[in-house]
Ligand binder design. Structure first.
Ligand code: PMP
Length: 441
């Protein structure tokens, strides 16, 4: 498989774009080699600039739940774009998208924005304004976008690209220590740490923000202790201290069930963030909550939040059409495909003697290249025990066989409804050789 054109494009890109990519997770820094430049995509396949067809397990990092270039989504986009691409005035399309989100989730009102980062950034401002408090609690390894206050021990690209020393708070140069000094970072699934943090700082905590089911340090399952789900414990602890519980469903929303992670654990957050799937592959995201909180936002209230392209008509059409097509049957099919892959990975890795842990939240799952003594990955510290060299070997062997995986050991694998038996068997057939390459490292 040649990648000559991708190499040429990467050379050009590096002249004009830092690292040749517009988001660090797209680089092949962690796995080595040249990122594939994509020319087109259809269904479960990407076609790169050299004409190679790759089964896509990244799905744009989550949004493409219906596969690429779904005919109904493209028709809605064409129709919307034909009527103009942005007006800077309200439209029916954004009302329909907001209604679709409110109908599926416990939020009463949403404000549409352009990225998950904007959604979490805005939600922090709202939570701080609503409580009159400054502190924010987050979990190590959870990623909520590149918001200054939340770039402390963050997952995703930060986990992939930072060396361990840089992971001390703040996680990136340029983030003022004064900003992350307002952020408490705790180990995920650690109830004692949460209880202790609230006992000490409870009266100063505006909100606790968590990924509804973390996917940015690999997929981590929220634990259940004495019948209580971790999210229920977090919501209860926040309530006891007058803090707001913020569930970040940017990744899980409308992906792990029609109602996102909320549909799986039933825990009602005070505020929520959404993105990815709800934009149908366009820049669209949202945050929402009870009307009484959302009414604090400008122009009703005094908490300022705005956006030139927010609720963009083309993005709203793509998002609303995507949500409309996501009936319960879709999730049954996604769960089935995820089962096929998970079992195939577990079987093949076990056969070649490659230690691993597979974890999931609904159809969202990831494979950890952890040592043999690890049988569960409950937090970031355990995720960091992965053999990233084995992962890199696996990644490249899969790519050579025509399967495009996330170029990082800290990311979820994403499936779409377009991953049919043909696409799934191409993945399954590639596994044994790739697992052997990883085991040989
Ligand atoms: N929150 C979560 C849980 C995410 O997974 C992401 C992106 N991976 C974000 C927020 C940030 O979203 P965006 O990249 O659209 O800014």
């Amino acid at each position: 498989m040649t990648d000559a054109v991708s190499r040429q494009l990467f050379e050009r890109a590096q002249q004009v774009v830092p690292g040749g990519v517009n988001s660090p997770v797209r680089a092949f820094r962690a796995v080595g080699g040249t990122p594939r430049f994509i020319a087109s995509a259809h269904g479960p396949y990407l076609v790169d600039a050299d004409g190679n067809e790759l089964v896509d397990l990244v799905c744009s990092w989550g949004p493409m739940i219906l596969g690429h270039a779904h005919p109904e989504v493209i028709a809605a986009v064409r129709d919307a774009a034909g009527r103009g691409t942005s007006y800077g005035a309200p439209t029916q399309a954004e009302v329909e998208l907001a209604e679709a989100i409110v109908e599926r989730t416990p939020v009463e009102q949403v404000r549409l924005v352009n990225s998950g980062t904007e959604a979490t950034m805005s939600v922090l401002r709202l939570a701080r304004a609503a409580t009159g408090r400054d502190l924010v609690v987050k979990f190590a390894g959870c990623y909520h976008g590149h918001v200054d206050a939340l770039l402390a021990s963050a997952g995703s690209g930060v986990a992939t690209l930072s060396d361990a020393a840089a992971l001390a708070t703040p996680a990136s140069p340029g983030v003022p220590a004064a900003t992350t000094a307002q952020t408490l970072v705790l180990p995920y699934n650690d109830r004692a740490a949460v209880t202790a943090a609230f006992a000490e700082h409870g009266e100063r905590i505006a909100c606790l923000v968590t990924e509804a089911a973390p996917g940015n340090m690999g997929v981590i399952e929220p634990g259940v202790e004495d019948g209580e789900h971790f999210n229920a414990f977090l919501a209860r602890t926040c309530r006891e201290h007058g803090a707001l519980f913020v569930s970040d469903e940017v990744m899980t929303g409308f992906r792990v069930s029609r109602q996102g992670q909320y549909g799986r654990d039933g825990v009602e957050p005070d505020l929520m963030t959404f993105g990815k799937v709800m934009g149908g592959g366009f820049p669209a995201a949202a945050f929402g909550g009870r009307a009484e909180l959302m009414q604090l936002l400008s122009p009703v209230g005094s908490v300022y939040q705005a956006g030139t392209l927010s609720g963009n008509p083309v993005a709203s059409a793509a998002g609303a059409t995507t949500l409309r097509l996501l009936d319960d049957d879709v999730y049954t099919r996604l769960d089935r495909s995820a089962d096929v892959l998970r079992s195939a990975v577990a079987e093949v890795f076990t056969e070649v003697g490659l230690p691993h842990v597979v974890q999931s939240a609904g159809s969202m799952f990831s494979v950890f290249f952890t040592p043999a003594d690890v049988d569960r990955v409950p937090d970031y510290a355990t995720a960091q025990r992965q053999d990233t060299a084995a992962h890199a070997a696996f990644f490249h062997a899969m790519l050579d066989a025509g399967v495009y995986l996330p170029p990082s050991a800290y990311e979820a694998w994403f499936l779409s409804t377009a991953h049919d038996d043909v696409a799934l068997s191409r993945i399954v057939e590639a596994l044994p050789a790739a697992a052997r390459s990883a085991a040989a490292v």
